[in-house]
Design a protein around this ligand. Sequence first.
Ligand SMILES: [Zn+2]
Length: 567
Amino acid sequence: MDSTTTTGWFEGFSEAVRAKAEALCGRGGVFDARRAGRALRACCEGGDRPAYPVEVTLSDDGARVVRARCGCAAGATGRCKHAAAVLMTWASRPWAFHDASGVGASLRRRSTESLASLVEEMVALAPWLERVAMPVAHSGERARSAMRRHGTAWGAAGAITWELSVLKARGEALLRAGDLRGATEVFRGLGEGVLEGYAAVAGQDGDGALRALAVDAARGLTTALARAKDRDLRREALTALWSVAQGDLACSDVGAAEEIPEAILRYADEAERAMVAGWIFERAAREGFAANDPLAWSSMPFGALLFELLRDGLDLDEVLRGLKALGRHVELVDAMLLHGRRDEAVAEAWECPTGALPAVAGLLARWGVGADLDAAVRARLERDPSEALFTWWGMRCRARGDLAAARVTAEEMVGMYPSVARWEALREETPEAERAALQARVAAALAARGGRRPEAVRVLLAMGELDAAEECTRGEPTVASAAHPVVSGARLSVAEAAAEKRPSVAMAIWSAHVEALVATGDRARYREAAGFIRRMQGLGVEESKAWVAWARETHPRRRALRVELTA
Ligand SMILES: [Zn+2]
C-alpha cells in the first residue's frame, strides 16, 4: 500500500482538528502503529487519560479513508485529531507502522489448542475479554460490563462506544448469516445494557454515538422480528423490543423506543398484538392508570400504542374518546362524519387547534356539512387571523365559486402576510378596471400596519409605491449599534429602487448610511461609505457634490476615507 497518496484523506477534518493533529505528531503522540492490509491501527496519547485506540481503513488504492474510528470522546465519526494524526504519521513515516498483515493467516494455521492458549493469554491481559469468548447469551453482561468499566469521566462514552460497536457488528453479522436467535440475544443485550447504564454517562455522550447504539439495537430486533417465522423466536424478539422500550422510558427517553410501536404494529400478528396489549395493561395497572379508559391513553406510557392495538375491538364511542384524548382531531372528525354524527363533528371542529382546522374544515366541506361552516370559519378568522386559516378560507371561497369573496380574503392576506407572489396573484385575478383602486387600498393597508416588515417593503416596491415603501422603513434605526452601524437592508432596497425616478429619496437614505459608516472610524466601513458617496455622485443631483466636499472637509484627518474616495 502506497503511503504517499494523501489527497482526499483529510476530507471532513476541520482545520482546527488538523492543526491539533500536527501538534500531536510533533510531540510523538502516535505510538504502537501497525498495519494489516488496508487497515492502520495505532495508539494515541490521551494526556492524563489512557491512550486512545485508533483504526483507519483506507480504500484499495489507498487514496480515500473508507472507515475510521477512535476511542476518544469525539471519535465515533472517525474525524478526530487522533485519526488525523495516524494518517499524518502514515504519510510521513510509513516505516513506523509494523507490518501485521501475517497475523490473520498465522492464526488460521494454528491448532485449536494453541488458539485456546492464545485466548487465555489475552484474557490474562484483559480479564473482561472472557465475556467475548462466551456464547451470545452473555451479550447483556458484556454490555453492562462495558458501561461500568470505563467510569463516568470525560471520554467514557467514547470508550464504551468503541467497545460496544464491536458487539453491534456481531449482531449484524448474525443477522446476515440468518442466525436470528443469536442476533436477538446480541441486540437485546446491547439495548438493555446501554439503557441501564446510560444515565451515568449521558453527559459525556455529546455526539450521541452511544445513544445511537441503543437505537440500532432496537432496529436489529425489529429486523429479527420481521424475518422470524418460529413462534418462540418471535416471542423472544417481541419481549426484547418491549424490554428495550421500557429501558428507554426508564432513562428518560434517549430515543431507542421511538420506532418500536410502529415496528410492533407492522410486524406482530393478532395473538402477538394481544400479548403486547397485555403487557401495557400490566404496566399501566402497576402505575395506577385506568388503562381501560380511553381518556387515560394520552397520559400513560405506550397509551397511543395500546389504542392502536385495541382499536379494531373497540366500540365507536371508545374509539372516539381515544382519538380525542390522544389529540388526533382530524381523525376524530373524520370518524364522526363517517358514522353520521354530523352535529358532534361540527362541534368538535370548532374546538380543535388552529393548526388542524384547515384539514378538519376541509373534511366538513367534503361531507357537505357546511350550513354553518362558513359563518363559523369567518367568525373564527376575526379572533384568530392565522395564515393557515386564511389560506383555507380562500380555498373554500374558490371552491364555492365565490371569486369576489376569495379576492377580499386575498386582499386581507396581502395586508397581514405580505409577499410579492401573493400580491401578483391577487393583481392578476382582479379585473383591470379595479386594479388601481386595489393597489391604493393594499398600499394604504401595508403602510398603516407599519412595523419592520421587509416583506411589506418588497411588495410596496413591486407596486412602485416608493413613498409608502420609504415611509415604512423610516422609523428604522440608522445606527443599530457600534458593531452593526448600517441602515437596514429594506431601507437600502428602497434607496436602490428610488435611484432613478426619485433621486432625492435615494440621496436621503444613502447620506444617512454614509454618516453612520464614517462614524465607526473603521477602514473597511470607509470603503463601503466611499462606494455609497460615488453612487450619490451618480445620481446627478446638486447635493451629491456637497457630500464629497463634506467627506473631504469634515473629516480632514480621516485620511483613509479620502484615500478611498480618490481610489
Ligand atoms: Zn480520537
